[in-house]
Ligand binder design. Structure first.
Ligand code: GDP
Length: 300
């Protein structure tokens, strides 16, 4: 499976710029550190995470810890893995919690609907009973899209049609899932309303209404983030976290032209678990996030 990660992520800005250094056998000097710094910034790692990484390498270089550039690059690789390891915490579904309520949030276009389909497929493959709540009542196609997916895959979808109250859909769905003893309920939400404030207020309301039926729900608030949006991802996480308390992340579109570095910035700034990575459009392309596989795919 590491080969698949490498195949999908190998073309990223990160892999091309920083990965290239590994095969060039550069000199061990300040220019190398400058080059690493530029590569990290270009790949969206962010200024503060980059500064941490480069300062630490500089300190160790001055302390003569590295015999050659190869050793320095290997230290960087292990620092990168070390940054991600604490957030590479897989989603645990407690079988005693029925239903385990997953609230998926994220702005339009990040791949939220696709991710819900991939997750639902994963849970079905794990032989869990499943229900979907069509909580994106704002976007015309969203309810239909979810319903079509549910029909194709034999998964019940609770919907009330367009412009219905999203919190009411979420409440109905939780009630239905409880009644049927369903194991996992995935609740979709809007990614855009008339205003950003309106969206955050609606998400807060959905959460409060769900909690009337189950004080511990939602058991996971999963924010879907587009891996190509760069530092903007940080402000999305900040906003959604303030509104609903994000407990896990899915970073999508890490394949292809992604820069890839935003994952490090997210890990450093928030420390919120990255549950899954989207490395393609097929159902099996939603992978459990693995720090080592990810860094190995970026660096040769
Ligand atoms: P939503 O508006 O957030 O629900 O976004 P969609 O689920 O409709 O996805 C938007 C586009 O992103 C679609 O064309 C998806 O196929 C694509 N997409 C989603 N996840 C990934 C991924 O991991 N990799 C790639 N390459 N495309 C993705």
């Amino acid at each position: 499976t590491k080969a698949v990660w490498r195949e999908r992520l190998g073309g990223s800005v990160f892999a091309r710029s920083l990965g290239g250094l590994f095969s060039r056998n550069p000199r061990l000097d300040d220019d190398l550190l400058d080059e690493i710094e530029t590569a990290l910034i270009t790949a969206d790692v962010g200024v503060s995470a980059t500064t941490d990484l480069v300062d630490s390498l500089r300190r160790r270089m001055k302390g003569r810890e590295f015999a050659d550039s190869r050793e320095l690059l290997l230290a960087l690789r292990s620092d990168l893995i070390g940054m991600l390891r604490p957030v590479a915490v897989p989603l645990q579904i407690d079988p005693a919690t029925r239903p385990f309520v997953l609230l998926t949030v994220g702005v339009n276009g990040v791949g939220k609907t696709t991710t819900i389909g991939k997750l639902a497929r994963r849970f079905k493959d794990e032989n869990r009973t499943l229900m979907l709540a069509a909580g994106d009542t704002f976007r015309a196609a969203a309810v239909a899209q979810l319903q079509a997916w549910g029909d194709r895959n034999g998964v019940p979808v609770i919907a009330q049609g367009q412009n219905a109250d999203a919190a009411s859909v979420a409440y109905d769905a939780l009630q239905a899932a409880k009644a049927r003893g369903t194991e996992v309920l995935i609740t979709d939400t809007a990614g855009r309303l008339h205003t950003q404030q309106g969206l955050m207020a609606e998400l807060g309301k959905i959460k409060r209404v769900i909690q009337k039926l189950d004080a511990d729900a939602p058991h996971e608030v999963l924010l879907v983030i587009d891996g190509t949006t760069g530092q903007n991802a940080l402000s999305q996480l900040r906003q959604f976290n303030a509104a609903v308390g994000v407990t896990g992340l899915v970073v999508t579109k890490l394949d292809g032209t992604a820069k890839g570095g935003v994952v490090f910035a997210l890990a450093r700034e928030f420390g919120i678990p990255i549950r899954f990575a989207g490395i393609g459009e097929r159902p099996e392309d939603l992978r459990v996030f693995d720090a080592e596989a990810f860094v190995d795919a970026l660096l040769p």
